[in-house]
Design a protein around this ligand. Structure first.
Ligand SMILES: NC(=O)c1ccc[n+]([C@@H]2O[C@H](COP(=O)([O-])OP(=O)(O)OC[C@H]3O[C@@H](n4cnc5c(N)ncnc54)[C@H](OP(=O)(O)O)[C@@H]3O)[C@@H](O)[C@H]2O)c1
Length: 186
């Protein structure tokens, strides 16, 4: 059975974007980018909230992104190769391949995707991921903590969920980011 993994880059005080909607402070440096590429490489399907999809879509629609560096080219190729499911009540069409829209987050259908998929699945965009947390569908959490306190914004984790975690792995990067990898306990 495939694992469902929540992944995010957050500030030390737990926000994925600040009150102005900025998250430039979360941009991975080369060392973190290379690490993220290797984390994403085996993932078969991305579950996205509409806002996160709109942030990521450029990896396929904007060829100049991949031209920045070999690491970014690698990431663009990894991203294009994965299947995507975008959750949205408003999006009418998608502009990327291997992408479908779901109008509702149905926990049972996500359970079936997990059961049938040979490769792991990630869920991102905290609004969408909150549904997966509440339904007990998240198996692992891959959290990057950026060395900054932003004081407010969009929380990376829902505030109405309580889950015990087991720390599987941690890593410190030269630029000050910290990677924390947790398994959720039953
Ligand atoms: N820290 C970082 O490294 C980083 C990286 C990338 C992006 N970001 C930020 O993160 C933001 C995305 O996170 P987010 O939590 O704001 O948004 P999100 O979860 O990606 O998207 C929210 C949208 O998803 C749809 N959705 C959520 N739950 C749904 C459900 N149960 N059924 C159907 N549709 C559902 C809705 O779309 P509709 O409104 O269309 O119905 C909702 O408005 C980006 O906008 C960006 O600012 C941060």
């Amino acid at each position: 059975m495939a694992k469902l993994i929540y992944s995010a880059i957050a500030s030390l005080d737990g926000y994925i974007e600040d009150e102005d909607g900025n998250f430039d402070w979360a941009a991975p440096d080369e060392e973190v980018h290379a690490f993220i590429n290797d984390l994403e490489r085996p993932v078969g399907t991305y579950l996205y909230g509409r806002r996160m999809y709109e942030t990521m879509v450029g990896w396929e629609t904007d060829p100049t992104l991949a031209e920045h560096s070999p690491l970014m080219r690698d990431f663009a190729e990894i991203w294009r190769a994965a299947d995507k499911i975008v959750y949205s009540s408003t999006l009418e069409t998608v502009s990327t391949a291997s992408t479908r829209i779901e109008r509702d987050f149905d926990p049972e259908s996500v359970r079936q995707i997990k059961a049938q998929s040979g490769r792991d699945i990630t869920v991102s965009g905290p609004d969408l991921a909150a549904h997966a947390w509440r339904a007990g569908l998240v198996d692992e959490c891959q959290l990057f903590v950026a060395p900054i306190v932003v004081g407010g914004g969009k929380r990376s984790l829902p505030n109405d969920v309580r889950v015990r975690l087991e720390l599987l792995e941690e890593r410190r990067f030269e630029g000050g980011m910290l990677y924390l990898h947790y398994h959720t306990r039953a």
